[in-house]
Write a protein that binds this ligand. Structure first.
Ligand SMILES: N[C@@H](CCC(=O)N[C@@H](CS)C(=O)NCC(=O)O)C(=O)O
Length: 203
């Protein structure tokens, strides 16, 4: 299978970490593919009209996106039932944690585009403020209500660990650890996993 993307993208890295956790290391090849929010990537556009990374091309040539669907596909392809159990209550709790982490990652990527990629004269301070608030609200929610769930290795905890890594890399100034000792401890432990070490930037 070919995964188009770069590990700097939190969404692509979430997929690679999932592939490793599901035992698919030898079956998933990362094809380094960068995208810009203002330009179409013609090769990717043939698979997905959205044109964002990551995109998976299966061994049968089928396109699968977005990251959430790819992560679920990897658990299926690897025959893994612990990263996303079938049982209803657990499953939807994990999917909600995944949505929370991905919403936070989405805000962190938007903040990067707004404060770095967008021409300075076109920047929108209210948007920057709201997006920063959104990231902080997600961090507070994780600290207040999700620490028990984060003790298990699931699609949800993978996504949280990767999103926090991206915030570290791009938005150090947010100092997300401040006042969030539980979440900090979770991150410190989780990044020791082989799947995280092997997908770290520069790995
Ligand atoms: N909902 C998508 C979001 C993916 C996403 O935002 N990818 C960014 C890179 S981190 C991207 O491709 N940006 C290019 C663009 O906005 O055109 C997913 O979960 O895969």
């Amino acid at each position: 299978m070919k995964l188009y993307g770069v590990l700097l993208s939190p969404f692509a890295r979430m997929c690679m970490v999932t592939a490793l956790e599901a035992g698919l290391a030898s079956r998933v090849q990362l094809i380094n593919t960068e995208v810009k929010p203002t330009e179409v990537n013609a090769a990717l556009a043939k698979i997905s009209p959205i044109g964002k990374i990551p995109i998976l091309e299966t061994d049968h040539g089928h396109g699968i996106y977005d990251s959430r669907v790819i992560m679920e596909y990897f658990t299926h392809a690897g025959g893994n039932t612990s990263l996303l159990p079938h049982e209803g209550v657990k499953r939807f709790r994990i999917l909600t944690l995944l949505a929370l982490a991905q919403g936070m990652a989405d805000a962190a990527v938007s903040l990067r585009y707004e404060t770095f990629a967008r021409p300075e004269t076109a920047r929108w301070p209210d948007y920057t403020k709201r997006t920063t608030e959104r990231i902080n609200a997600c961090l507070d929610e994780l600290e207040a209500n999700w620490l028990v769930d984060l003790q298990s290795v699931t699609l949800g905890s993978i996504a949280v660990a990767v999103a926090l890594g991206y915030i570290d890399f791009r938005h150090d100034a947010l100092q997300w650890r401040k006042g969030r000792t539980g979440l900090s401890q979770f991150h410190e432990n989780f990044i020791k996993r082989d799947s995280m070490v092997n997908t770290a930037l520069g790995a």
